[in-house]
Design a protein. Structure first.
Length: 302
C-alpha cells in the first residue's frame, strides 16, 4: 500500500494559469507588433447570479492582464430567448469580435442548448458547440472545452503521470465530465489514461472510485468524495465550486469543492484546492482559445 501523505503536495492551478497568461501576453505583443489588433473576447451575462458575476469579472480582468480587448454585454433575467439569440447573432457577425461566451446558467425560460448551438463554432471559445465537441471526439483540430482542457494542461504542466493510469471521472455533464473523459483517453502524451466515467446511476460508486490512480470529481455536490472513496497515493482533481453559507466569512459564503478536502488531502499524493485549483485554469484556457480563434489556428480566417 502506498504511503499516506500527511502533507499532500497541492496542485497550484493559480500559478500554472499565471504562467499560461504570461505566454499569451507575449504572443499578443508579437501579434500587435506586426500591425494586427489584439484579440477581442466578448461575454454575455444574463441576470445577477453571484457566481456568474464573479466569474465574468475575473474574465474581464484576465483580458486586461494579457492585453486583449474585452466587451461585456449585460441583460436582465427577463430577456426573451429570441432577443438573446439576436444578440448572439450580432456577435457572430461582428468582425471585431474573435470569440465570445454566453455565461451559464441561463434563466429557465431560455433553452441553453439552443443558445450554444447558435454560436459560430469558430467563435465558440468555451468549446461547447456540438461541432467543436464532435471534432474533439474525432481527433480533429477544435476549440476545446475550457475546463476539461484546463484539467489536462494542469496535470501535464505539473508533471503528473497519466499514461496507463486508471482515471475515474465522477459526473457526466457535457461541460466537464464527458469531455474530460474523452480527452484523458486520447492517444496523446498528456493523456493515455484508462478512463471510467461514473454518474448518478453507477452501482458500487465508492468501490470503483477507490480503484482510481486519478480522480476527477465533477459532480457538483459539495464534499461528495470522502476518505473512504480514495486509495492512498491517488491524484485528486476537484472541479466543484459550490457556494455554501458561511457565517464566518464577510461575504456570507465559502466555496466548497466536490471533495472533502480535510479528509482526502492526507491520503492524496497530489490534490487541487478549491479555490485556486481548476478554476484559474478554465479562464487561462478560455484566453488561449480566444488567441487561437483570433489567429485562425483552428478555423483559418477567410
Amino acid at each position: 500500500m502506498a504511503d499516506i501523505h500527511v502533507a499532500p503536495h497541492l496542485i497550484d492551478g493559480k500559478q500554472t494559469a499565471e504562467d499560461i497568461k504570461v505566454e499569451i501576453a507575449a504572443a499578443v505583443v508579437k501579434l500587435t507588433a506586426t500591425g494586427q489588433r489584439p484579440p477581442h473576447l466578448a461575454a454575455i451575462l444574463v441576470g445577477h447570479d453571484g457566481g456568474s458575476e464573479t466569474y465574468v469579472r475575473n474574465k474581464v480582468l484576465a483580458c486586461e492582464r494579457v492585453g486583449y480587448d474585452s466587451t461585456l454585454l449585460r441583460f436582465e433575467d427577463d430577456i426573451t430567448e429570441a432577443d438573446l439569440l439576436a444578440q448572439v447573432g450580432a456577435l457572430n457577425d461582428d468582425p471585431a469580435i474573435d470569440g465570445f461566451i454566453v455565461q451559464l446558467p441561463l434563466p429557465k425560460h431560455i433553452d441553453a442548448e439552443k443558445v450554444i448551438e447558435a454560436i459560430r463554432p469558430d467563435k465558440d471559445v468555451d468549446g461547447f458547440h456540438p461541432m467543436n465537441l464532435g471534432r474533439m471526439v474525432a481527433g480533429l483540430p477544435a476549440l476545446l472545452p475550457a475546463t476539461p482542457s484546463g484539467i489536462v494542461e494542469l496535470m501535464a504542466r505539473q508533471g503528473i503521470k497519466t499514461s496507463g493510469q486508471h482515471c475515474v471521472v465522477i459526473g457526466r455533464s457535457n461541460i466537464v465530465g464527458t469531455p474530460v473523459s474523452i480527452l484523458l483517453a486520447k492517444n496523446l502524451e498528456t493523456a493515455n489514461c484508462t478512463v471510467t466515467l461514473c454518474h448518478s446511476r453507477t452501482k458500487n460508486l465508492a468501490e470503483i472510485v477507490r480503484q482510481a490512480d486519478i480522480i476527477v470529481a465533477a459532480i457538483g455536490r459539495p464534499e461528495f468524495v470522502t476518505a473512504d472513496m480514495v486509495k492512498p497515493g491517488a491524484v485528486v482533481i476537484d472541479v466543484g465550486t459550490t457556494r455554501v453559507t458561511d457565517a464566518n466569512k464577510k461575504s456570507g459564503f465559502s466555496l466548497k469543492g466536490d471533495v472533502n478536502f480535510a479528509e482526502v488531502a492526507p491520503l492524496a499524493s497530489r490534490i487541487t484546492p478549491v479555490p485556486g485549483g481548476v478554476g484559474p485554469m478554465t479562464i487561462a484556457m478560455l484566453l488561449l482559445n480566444t488567441l487561437r480563434a483570433a489567429t485562425g489556428a483552428v478555423y483559418p480566417k477567410a
